[in-house]
Design a protein around this ligand. Sequence first.
Ligand SMILES: [Mn+2]
Length: 286
Amino acid sequence: MLVQGADLHLERARAMLEPFRFVTDARLDDLMISFATDGGGVGPHLDPYDVFLIQLQGRRRWRIGPVKDRRLVDEAPLKLLRHFAPTQDLLLEPGDLLYLPPLWGHDGIAVGTCMTASVGFRAPTRQTIVREVLPLLADALPEAQAWEGLYRDAGSAATTTPGRVPESLQAFARTAWRQVLGERGRLSRALGQWLTEPKPQVWFDPGTPLSGSGRALHLDRRSRMMYDSVQVYLNGEAYPCAPPDARLLRRLADRRELAAADRARLSKAAGALVERWAQAGWLHES
Ligand SMILES: [Mn+2]
């Protein structure tokens, strides 16, 4: 039995991700828990991700190795390797940790009842980034342009070659591209929004207004917060951010909490922002 995204449901599972934040949050995906009875396992397969396997309870035998033959078993519900030739055979005991590089074959078999956690790291392809970030870039074009900037046929003469793509339309498309990509920082902004977008199954419980007293703040376990040199991103939203608030909000993103003393230093505007985040259930008072 596999439970994906356990970190979204359990504070303790979320806490297990913290030691792995020596890697950027942009790559940290989730904590999956797998439970198996004696002899249970998925079968030999590979994943396009870096994975840390943590043995929680019981023992699991792992046969691992680089994959030379990527052919898969026909008609299997999972992508199982047809001919897997492992190079290492390991027995993990509670507390053991095993790192698997991307595309390494692995076959884990429970030795008695056992539970294993895996910390996965996403690694997008260029194609994925373009596909995911493009709609966000398009949304960033001002609404007025969408209405006022309709394409018009060049000239008034009737065409004798209606099958031909008009050059004027090609030029119109090129201009649209330049507008989308031209403004400095627009791509970075869309990337930050995409990287902090909650997963589709995530929803937040509405929070309560902040007390305003000297208490620390901490991000909800489901919140994704990152920043770049211009903006702060929280759960798919972008917020322009200037000093001195920038330093404090970046600290909140890095540590996932903000000490009471730091909170007291937030400007009035940033304080109002934090209040909105609290009401959305994105952060809480400690
Ligand atoms: Mn796997």
